[in-house]
Design a protein around this ligand. Structure first.
Ligand SMILES: *Cc1c(COP(=O)(O)O)cnc(C)c1O
Length: 362
C-alpha cells in the first residue's frame, strides 16, 4: 500500500487551494515598485486592519519582514534583546548582524516567555562605554518552545520595560493567528503597543508565499525603502498577493481544527514509553517532544550516533510520515490545513508501530 506522505514538517508545506489558484489567475496587477499593484494595495490594507496598525508592507518572507523592522529600529552597534530560542536568533542566518550591524543580547525564555525583570536587568545602563540597547523582540506563538502563546498581561509587562528604557518593540508574529485563536482574542489585540509586527501568510493561513510587516504609515514608508535595498522590490506581485488575500480572509477559520489535531497527536504521543512530551506546551499547532533511547527499547544513547531524533525520523519516513528534528533528541510535528484528522490518526499509528518494532542499533 502506498499513500501520500503525511507531511508534518511545517505548516509552510501547504499548497494553494483551488480558490487561491483562481484568484492568482484572475488577479489585477501593476508594478508594485511604483505602488501600482491594486491587489497588493488591497492586501496591505486588509493586513493593516487585521493587525490594528496604520499600514502594512507585503514582503517575500517572514525573515525579510523581521529584518526590515530590525533595520529600522536600530543602528549598527546597538543591542537587541531577544530570547535564546527565538527565530531571529536561530533561523535568520545572523541577518541582524550582517544586514544591520546589530548585536543580539539573548536571554533564556522557558516556555517561550521572556521574564520582564530579566529583560529590565539586561538593558545596558547609559554609560559612555556601553553599547546601547535599542530593541526588544518578542515571538508569539513561540516556534521552538512548541508553539506556546504569550498572554496579553505578560506582553504588557514586557512592553512597559521597553517603554521605560526607550526600546523599540518588534513582534515576530509569524503565527499570530494561531496565538489569537488559542487565546480567544484577535491578532490586533496581541499586536497592540508594538512598534512593528510581522506575520506570515505562508504558514497556518495557507498561502504559497508572503508575509507582512505592519506599523505606522511612516514605518511602512521607510520599510518599503529597506525592502528594496534587500532586493525585495517585486513587480506584478499581485499574483501572489491574490493568494495572500484568500489566505488572510479564509485561513483563520481553519486554525481551530489544526489546533485540535495537534492536541490529538500530542495526547497519543505522550502515552508512548520513551517519549517525553509536556502537554502544557501544546497550545497551538506545534508538537515538540523528546525521543529517549527507551523508545527504541535501548538503554543508552550510545546506539544513536546521530541522535535519537534522527533515528526516529528515518524510521517514520519509511512509514510515510515526515517531520523534522529541532535538536539531537527533539522532534517537531506541525499540523496544518493539508493534514486531516484521519491522517493525524494514521501518523500516530505509524509512530506506535515504530515503537513496537524491535530495532537493531541505529
Ligand atoms: C517561519 C518563521 C519566521 C520566518 O518566516 P519565513 O517566511 O520562513 O522567512 C519568522 N519567525 C518565526 C517565529 C517563524 O516561525
Amino acid at each position: 500500500m502506498t499513500r501520500e506522505p503525511i507531511d508534518l514538517r511545517s505548516d509552510t508545506v501547504t499548497r494553494p487551494d483551488a480558490e487561491m489558484r483562481r484568484a492568482m489567475a484572475e488577479a489585477e496587477v501593476g508594478d508594485d515598485v511604483f505602488g501600482e499593484d491594486p491587489t497588493v494595495v488591497r492586501l496591505e490594507e486588509e493586513a493593516a486592519a487585521a493587525m490594528g496598525t496604520e499600514a502594512a508592507l507585503f514582503v517575500a518572507s517572514g525573515v525579510m519582514g523581521n529584518q526590515v523592522a530590525l533595520h529600522l529600529h536600530g543602528r549598527p552597534g546597538c543591542e537587541v534583546i531577544c530570547d535564546t530560542a527565538s527565530h531571529v536568533m536561530n533561523y535568520e542566518m545572523g541577518a541582524m548582524a550582517v544586514v544591520s550591524g546589530l548585536l543580539p543580547r539573548a536571554l533564556p525564555a522557558p516556555g517561550g516567555l521572556l521574564d520582564p525583570a530579566a529583560v529590565e536587568a539586561a538593558v545596558a545602563p547609559e554609560i559612555s562605554y556601553r553599547a546601547r540597547t535599542r530593541i526588544l523582540v518578542l515571538e508569539n506563538t513561540h516556534n521552538l518552545a512548541g508553539g506556546t502563546v504569550c498572554e496579553r498581561a505578560r506582553t504588557d509587562a514586557l512592553l512597559a520595560v521597553a517603554r521605560r528604557h526607550g526600546l523599540r518593540a518588534h513582534l515576530d508574529g509569524a503565527r499570530i493567528f494561531n496565538a489569537a485563536t488559542a487565546l480567544g482574542t484577535t491578532p490586533a489585540a496581541l499586536a497592540a503597543g508594538f512598534d512593528s509586527v510581522m506575520f506570515t501568510l505562508s504558514k497556518g493561513l495557507g498561502a504559497p508565499v508572503g508575509s507582512l510587516v505592519c506599523g505606522t504609515r511612516d514605518f511602512a514608508y521607510e520599510a518599503r525603502r529597506v525592502r528594496k535595498m534587500l532586493g525585495g522590490g517585486m513587480r506584478q506581485v499581485g499574483v501572489l498577493a491574490a493568494a495572500g488575500l484568500v489566505a488572510l480572509r479564509k485561513g483563520p477559520a481553519n486554525i481551530p481544527e489544526d489546533h485540535a489535531n495537534a492536541a490529538l497527536l500530542a495526547r497519543g504521543l505522550a502515552e508512548l514509553p520513551g517519549i517525553d512530551l509536556d502537554l502544557a506546551t501544546v497550545q497551538t499547532n506545534i508538537v515538540i517532544f523528546r525521543v529517549t533511547p527507551a523508545f527504541f527499547g535501548a538503554t543508552s544513547g550510545e546506539d544513536f550516533p546521530d541522535g535519537t531524533a534522527a533515528a526516529f525520523l528515518v524510521r517514520l519516513r519509511e512509514r510515510g510520515v515526515w517531520a523534522v528534528a529541532v535538536g539531537r533528541d527533539l522532534v517537531r510535528f506541525v499540523t496544518h490545513r493539508d493534514v486531516s484528522r484521519r491522517q493525524v490518526e494514521t501518523a500516530l499509528e505509524q509512530v506506535r508501530k515504530v515503537a513496537s518494532t524491535p530495532s537493531a542499533a541505529a
